[in-house]
Design a protein around this ligand. Sequence first.
Ligand code: GLN
Length: 206
Amino acid sequence: MVKHTPRIGCFALQGAVEIHRPHIEACGAEFLSVKTPARFEDVDGFILPGGESTTMLKLIETFRLWDSLADNFARKPVWGICAGTILMAETVLVNNNLSSRDQTGGQSETQKSFGLLPITVLRNGYGTQVESAQSDIDGYPVSFIRAPVIQETGDTEILARHEGAPVWVQGKGDKAKYMATTFHPELTMNFPSPMHKKFVELVRRS
Ligand code: GLN
């Protein structure tokens, strides 16, 4: 159990970072944006934000952050959002057929990932930017922005589905500290989102 005010660190190399602050603070937790190994040690749980997973991977490599991140992720709760979900997945496929929503054609295994959750994701599985859309998850408006499709799940709890596919998942057993959403809840200015509440609760209990 975290006894102090939980400190949530949003990984801040690239992507939608600051916009999580009001959600986290509305949950009674502290928000930090973190990008160095010393700062990683300061937090009780991580948000891997939405953005561009390939860019994040390049920057992780450039700044040699992989080992320190992997070590922290093994010990602490992590919530991946969209690109963050891709970084957490065990298997990452790429949609080479961006012109359609056909999620079966032209896939290849590509990207390196931390493999925290037993899921297979298809990057840009819904298609290009024009396929980005808003929807309601648990009565809360959220945005799917060039989102990945979770195509397969191993031993995970599916917390929400959209068009049949899981879009909010949590691990089980020693992976219950990991959750992922393929959508962005933080862009909705109604604080806090149910997903931020759930994650802060998870961090409090860890
Ligand atoms: N398509 C992006 C990627 O592959 C994810 C988009 C997002 O995070 N909103 O990393």
